[in-house]
Design a protein around this ligand. Structure first.
Ligand SMILES: [Cu+2]
Length: 342
């Protein structure tokens, strides 16, 4: 069954967390605060310093929302080497008691007239169809599954067994922001994400160059075969894959395209021309200060495509690709990675 979450309340970045003494420490201001303080465990382990510079953001060769190509300047940035894994998210939850959006029952006030039996915690899980279906109807392959959440990625009965190093999924924007704040990091702005994902190959179609499978080599976890009923999975994965299974890009970053979509801090605009430039309001959400409140109907840019992107359906396993995503629309194919300003 299809389910669209519609909420009337306001979101804040850390609204659902238990009080946590560390969550207000930003990456930028993470000065030593005494023995045992969090700053001691903020290391650059697992991050790569991506050199700043100018690059061409966007593309005109695929989907209209990626244009126009815009020259953008970004600063140097520490970027997580790979999407946040289940193991890392588990440490965050153990430390903070954070309860994710998908683990929280929707407020009946936000769903007047809804069957109360349906107002239970849950999330959207991809479910392959038995055969070909119209590719315009996403409700054919997305199922609202009560009990699906980051610990139960395919729904009740599924576990993280064997998936410690897979990207965490079923996380909403505020979950990603809460994790980032806990880690002394923040979510990237779209421009920062795209610049890092390009790996220094300015203007290239893919994170590794122009050819999808150079010399026949599979470069990312994307869908092979006719979507959404037959994934031939020549790489061995029909869903998420452990991070770092495919070659990194030119900056040494893994899984920038394919595997899971990744949250950014950038509010959605249908074209790049309407996007605020770096340094302008809205270009980048603050990492740990009081967040600008986010309306339920606002959507944010997600980047990178996922294991469900297939040439026949969705050619979005490219750095320029982008999609609008509701802050509380949790799914089995959206995760995130964090960044830190030097
Ligand atoms: Cu896609």
């Amino acid at each position: 069954m299809a389910w669209v979450r519609v909420y009337g309340s306001q979101l804040t970045g850390v609204g659902r967390q238990e009080p946590h003494p560390l969550r207000m420490i930003s990456g930028r201001d993470c000065a030593p605060r005494g023995p045992g303080s969090y700053s001691e465990c903020v290391s650059r382990k697992g991050m790569t310093l991506v050199p700043g510079g100018a690059f061409r953001m966007g593309s005109t060769g695929f989907y209209p929302e990626e244009g126009p190509v815009t020259a953008v300047q970004v600063g140097s940035l520490w970027v997580d080497d790979h999407p946040v894994t289940n193991a890392a998210f588990r440490r965050f939850v153990a430390d903070t008691g954070h309860v994710t959006i998908a683990e929280t029952a929707p407020d009946p006030e936000d769903f007047p007239g809804a069957d109360p039996a349906l107002l239970v915690p849950g999330s959207q899980v991809f479910t392959p169809t038995a055969g070909p279906v119209p590719l315009t109807d996403w409700t054919q392959w997305w199922r609202w599954v009560p009990g699906a959440d980051w610990r139960h990625p395919d729904g009740p009965g599924s576990t993280l067994h064997g998936r410690d190093l897979h990207p965490v999924v079923h996380v909403g924007l505020e979950d990603a922001r809460a994790y980032a704040a806990w880690a002394g990091k923040r979510l990237p702005a779209e421009a920062e994400w795209e610049h890092a994902a390009r790996g220094g190959l300015d203007g290239a179609t893919y994170a590794w160059g122009e050819e999808f499978m150079p010399r026949g080599k599979i470069m990312a976890n994307t869908w092979h075969g006719p979507f959404p009923h037959e994934n031939t999975s020549p790489h061995g994965f029909t869903r998420t894959s452990p991070v770092k299974r495919f070659r990194p890009n030119g900056y040494g970053l893994f899984d920038v395209t394919g595997n899971v979509w990744e949250w950014t801090a950038t509010p959605w605009t249908p074209r790049h021309s309407e996007e605020p430039g770096p340094g302008q309001p809205g270009a980048q959400a603050p990492c740990c200060g009081p967040h600008t409140t986010v309306g339920e109907h606002d959507r944010f840019v997600i980047k990178g495509g996922s294991h469900l992107c297939a040439p026949s359906y969705c050619h979005r396993y490219r750095p320029a690709a982008r999609q609008a995503h509701g802050p509380r629309d949790t799914t089995s194919h959206v995760g995130f990675r964090c960044v830190q300003s030097p």
